[in-house]
Design a protein around this ligand. Structure first.
Ligand code: ADP
Length: 181
């Protein structure tokens, strides 16, 4: 059994396409639990992301600069290899509902089989954000809806680029909400 490291480093992996208040809540809580928290964007074009990895890491940098022990990175390949390269011993994931649980359990058990020394830790979503997902945010904004918890303006953009711009503009909403905490 490996000993507890003097500095516990955790990786919080995800698509973050785009980052939401749900992710931010987890990061804020995680930053209080671990000595270092690395928020890492998965490079996976198969998911057909709306934002490029550079755009997503850029948004993460904007919001997370207030947390001194939070770092931003990206990865492809096996998550456990990425964690080992950073000497991380914890993988942080969030659970919103039963629907998350099944997938997360499979991933956690597979990752444990690959590298037993790395532990997956789950945090329950904050009830205020438990219904928020990146997919839903994109869907609602693309249809012209307003998401109070996430953004301020009504979308009037039909094109993919207009829609991306709309999310980026509204992104300031997240930052302001989050900084007030
Ligand atoms: P993935 O594509 O890996 O699902 P996401 O960026 O959507 O990536 O999510 C990364 C992690 O954050 C996952 O563990 C997911 O369950 C968690 N998560 C996403 N949205 C929320 C939320 N609103 N509250 C808590 N956890 C969340």
């Amino acid at each position: 059994m490996p000993e507890k490291p003097p500095h516990v480093i955790a990786i919080y992996p995800g698509s973050f396409d785009p980052i939401t208040n749900g992710h931010l809540d987890l990061i804020q809580r995680g930053s209080r639990m671990f000595d270092r928290l690395i928020v890492s964007v998965l490079r996976n074009d198969k998911k057909r992301p709306l934002f490029t990895v550079e755009e997503r890491t850029g948004m993460l940098h904007e919001v997370l600069c207030i947390y001194p022990n939070v770092q931003i990175d990206s990865f492809n390949g096996l998550l456990v290899d990425h964690a080992s390269a950073h000497s991380a011993t914890v993988l942080l994931r969030g659970i919103r509902a039963i629907s998350d649980y099944e997938y997360e359990l499979q991933m956690a058990l597979m990752n444990r089989r690959l590298r037993p020394e790395i532990e997956t830790i789950f945090m329950m979503a904050n009830e205020a954000y438990s219904f928020i997902s990146s997919r839903l945010v994109k869907e609602v904004i693309s249809l012209g809806g307003i998401l109070r918890a996430w953004c301020r303006r009504r979308s009037n953009s039909g094109s993919r680029n207009g829609f991306k711009k709309e999310i980026q503009l509204n992104f300031r909403g997240i930052r302001i909400t989050q900084c007030r905490h």
